[in-house]
Design a protein around this ligand. Structure first.
Ligand SMILES: N[C@@H](CCC(=O)N[C@@H](CS)C(=O)NCC(=O)O)C(=O)O
Length: 224
């Protein structure tokens, strides 16, 4: 039978929030094309990219004639659209409640809290929708102590979103504290073969686009 699945294009740049979507795509085992976007260029991505993403950011996907932006929305869409991988509890599964909560929390609370902390902004948690950094760390610690994964006993797409953000903010930004429960959790999720594959594919993509490294002021030692 002919493959009737619409073409899936992933607008991507390594070393960005889009890395979590690459990991998800590898977990799903679907065919996809990568459209490289140099978001690290001096003035950001080329102006033509605004037709895909209104803020010229990654990630974005095109599936057939549908365009989706915002990482949480992309994650929910893909995990539901390709259910065979079992990465999203079904609509009637009670685990869906924690799944959606932690998935959206990753981008609407965790992400801005760590961004404010990384930039050294002092603020009152009551003045912003995402609340305080301290409340976020406490909540995350409590939630991950309760069960091995973000939504309960099994790995879901919410762990990709959360695990990817936690790893970056702990190890690169050095903002998230190295609490034992966080380290245990990261040990569990980051070792997944799909994540390792995604990282390797991103390394290859970086080698094919030295302009990205140059834009970030990184010298590619392997190129000499
Ligand atoms: N709210 C967006 C944020 C995406 C985002 O911040 N992307 C960054 C890379 S980590 C970007 O493309 N920045 C380029 C720019 O702003 O010019 C989402 O969740 O998808």
């Amino acid at each position: 039978m002919a493959n009737t699945e619409p073409t899936l294009t992933f607008y991507h740049s390594p070393w960005s929030r889009a890395a979590a979507v690459r990991w998800l795509l590898e977990e799903l085992g679907v065919d996809y094309n990568v459209h490289f976007v140099n978001v690290h260029a001096k003035d950001g991505a080329d102006e033509s990219y605004r037709a895909i993403h209104p803020h010229k950011k990654v990630p974005a996907i095109q599936h057939g004639d549908l365009f989706i932006t915002e990482r949480a929305a992309i994650t929910i869409y893909l995990a539901d659209r390709f259910p065979k991988a079992g990465l999203a509890p079904s609509i009637t599964d009670p685990a869906r409640a924690r799944y959606l909560t932690s998935l959206v929390y990753s981008d609407s609370v965790f992400d801005p809290c760590v961004a404010m902390r990384a930039k050294g902004f002092e603020y009152s948690g009551r003045d912003f929708s995402f609340g305080s950094f301290e409340d976020m760390v406490k909540n995350l610690e409590k939630s991950l102590a309760k069960s091995p994964y973000a939504a309960g006993d099994r790995f879901t797409a919410a762990d990709i979103q959360l695990g990817s953000s936690m790893a970056f903010t702990m190890h690169v930004l050095k903002v998230l504290p190295e609490r034992p429960v966080f380290l245990d959790y990261l040990g569990r999720v980051l070792e997944r073969p799909a994540n390792q594959r995604a990282a390797k594919l991103d390394e290859e993509l970086l080698r094919a686009h030295p302009e990205l490294l140059a834009a970030m002021g990184v010298v590619d030692a392997s190129a000499s």
